[in-house]
Structure formats: C-alpha cells, structure tokens
Design a binder for this molecule. Structure first.
Ligand SMILES: Nc1ncnc2c1ncn2[C@@H]1O[C@H](COP(=O)(O)OP(=O)(O)OP(=O)(O)O)[C@@H](O)[C@H]1O
Length: 304
C-alpha cells in the first residue's frame, strides 16, 4: 500500500485547510493510500516534517499551504537521495507554484489532481544551500514582500503586497552587481535581477512567458538602472507582457548564475528573505516528481 504524508500549514491563507482536512484524509484513504498529516507549528517546521517523511520513506508528500510552505517542503526533500513524489494543495495568499503547475486553487480539485496519479519531473533551483521552485532574485524592490506582516496578509491577501510595494517605491535604488552566467558576464548598476524557473511570478504570468520547468535552464532577467517613473512604466508593461523589448530589460537563459555585489544585497527566494548575496544559482534538472494535471503536461514533456 502506498503511503502519503500531508504537511499542512494551519495558518495559511484564510485558514480553510483545517476544516477540510478530514475530507482530504478520507479521499486519500479511499484511493488506497495509508495517509497521515502533520500541522506545521512555525517557520521551518515544514522542512523538518518533509525530512522526516523522506527518512520514513513515504511514497508521496503533499504540501498544503501557500508558496512559503511549499518552498519549505521542497527544502526538506531536494537535497535527499530518496525523494518522494510531491503533491500541492494551494491554500495560501499567493499560490504562484500552483498556478505554474496548473493545479486548481479549489482544494478538492487539487486533491483530484494528486489522486489522478500523473507525475512529471521538474527542475528545482538551488542558491547556496537553499532551494527554490519558482523564483529567486535580488535588488531593492525584492525586499518588499517579507515586510508585509503575516496577519495583514491573511486579512487582505494579495492587496497587501501591492500596497506595501507602492509605499516602498521611493526607496528603490540601483545596486552595482557582477553576474556571471554560463560563461558570460554582466557588470553594471541594476534595479533588480530575477532568476525564474516558472512563468508564474508574483501573479505576473507574462514576465517570463517562455520559462519551462523541465528544460534545465532558468530565465535570467536583469533590469538595468532607471528612474522610478521608468521603473513603474516597465512594471506596467510587464503586467501586459509587453516588457520584453524594453532597452533596459535583459532577458536570457542560463543553467548556472554567479552573483557578486559590493554592497549588501538581500536575496529573495520564492518570495521570502533568503539571506545575503553573493550567491551561485544552479538549476537541478528534473529533480523532483510533481503531481500535475495530465492534460496540461503530457504533450509538452513527450516532445522532449
Ligand atoms: N503554525 C504556524 N504558525 C505561524 N506561522 C507558521 C505556522 N506554520 C508555518 N508557518 C509559517 O508561515 C509561513 C507562510 O505560510 P504559507 O506560505 O503557507 O501561507 P501564506 O502566507 O498564506 O501564503 P503565501 O506564502 O503564499 O503568501 C511559512 O513560510 C511558515 O514559515
């Protein structure tokens, strides 16, 4: 019998997961899984719970929460030799991973995806000793999201990020960086750089429209020094997907990126604070098997 471990964050999003957990457990049991659940207690606990699930050789781990929880679970699995298959139940404030994986935000439909039992191996990013699924980056603007208190996030959701973003804009300033990527070099002042593994970044689905999760490369985006008015204009273009030809927007792909900075620059990993740069980003090719909807993924992966 297959064994599944559900790691859920009871505080994610609007705290709905707690109420539906018995139903979810029952659905897994009815599908033939022996299932147990772990409620996370604090920051980092999902990583520990995932490591324990690996040690106990669970066949399937399900991460139920927002992007923060899913990132923590990935951090518990990615460095291990035995890696259970990973399912996602998105119940967070931001669910960029789920969007990238085409996993529905309806809890029962997300469970349907897992129980349909179709998986595909996807790339995972590593920077220094941390892992990310969606996006990493640095620059003054990326220091926004984790300054939003989590209470506020639960109350007003996504809007909190935008309000905080607007408030932070005047403090946006360029930083000098040196970026070495697949043997090439960029030197200069930038507003921010982003290293994306998926095309779903902070709800901007057209930011890296061609990013694929199983090609072994990141989309590297560099926004060169500009004034705030220009930056706001570029951000507006990005929402519509019309930013790619902007003269100060550099867009390329790379499987390895090394970043050096002279002044302190914070690293953002999947929307959370990830320590300070320098850093080396490595794409781990098709590293974890994810449950995904077959109709959205099967043709894509068969071609390659
Ligand atoms: N019991 C808990 N109480 C408080 N915080 C917790 C608890 N369990 C986990 N956390 C922390 O909450 C953080 C945010 O959770 P999560 O990402 O699941 O939800 P969210 O904040 O609603 O959504 P998102 O991160 O997508 O915005 C996690 O990174 C984790 O460190």
């Amino acid at each position: 019998m297959q064994r599944a471990r559900i790691i859920y964050n009871p505080t994610s999003g609007r705290e709905v997961i707690k109420k539906v957990l018995p139903d979810i457990l029952q659905r897994f049991e009815q599908s033939g899984y022996e299932t147990s659940a772990h409620a996370t207690t604090s920051e980092g606990d999902a990583t520990e719970a995932a490591k324990i699930a690996v040690a106990r050789k669970f066949d399937v781990v399900v991460a139920a929460g927002g992007d923060g929880t899913i990132n923590e679970v990935i951090n518990g699995i990615a460095e291990q030799e035995y890696r259970p298959k990973l399912g996602i139940i998105p119940v967070g404030t931001t669910n960029d991973f789920a969007r990238a994986l085409c996993v529905p935000r309806n809890i029962h439909k997300a469970v349907d995806v897992i129980l349909a039992n179709y998986t595909t191996p996807l790339d995972i990013g590593r920077v220094n000793d941390q892992y990310f699924m969606n996006i990493s980056g640095g620059g003054k603007i990326t220091e926004i999201s984790y300054e939003v208190p989590s209470k506020l996030k639960t109350m007003i959701g996504q809007l909190a990020y935008y309000l905080k973003g607007i408030e932070m804009l005047p403090s946006l300033r360029p930083t000098y960086v040196e970026l070495e990527y697949d043997g090439r070099l960029f030197k200069g002042e930038i507003m921010l750089f982003l290293i994306a593994n998926t095309n779903s970044v902070g709800g901007l689905e057209k930011l890296a429209p061609n990013a694929k999760m199983d090609d072994g490369v990141f989309d590297l985006m560099i926004i060169e020094k500009m004034n705030i008015a220009e930056f706001v204009r570029l951000a507006t273009l990005a929402i519509q997907g019309n930013h790619l030809n902007h003269p100060k927007f550099i867009h390329t792909t790379a499987s390895r990126v090394k970043v050096h900075t002279e002044e302190k620059m914070q690293l953002n990993i999947d929307g959370e604070f990830g320590g300070l740069l320098p850093g080396e980003f490595v794409n781990l090719y098709r590293h974890i098997e994810f449950f995904v909807p077959e109709d959205k993924f099967s043709t894509e992966s068969k071609d390659e």
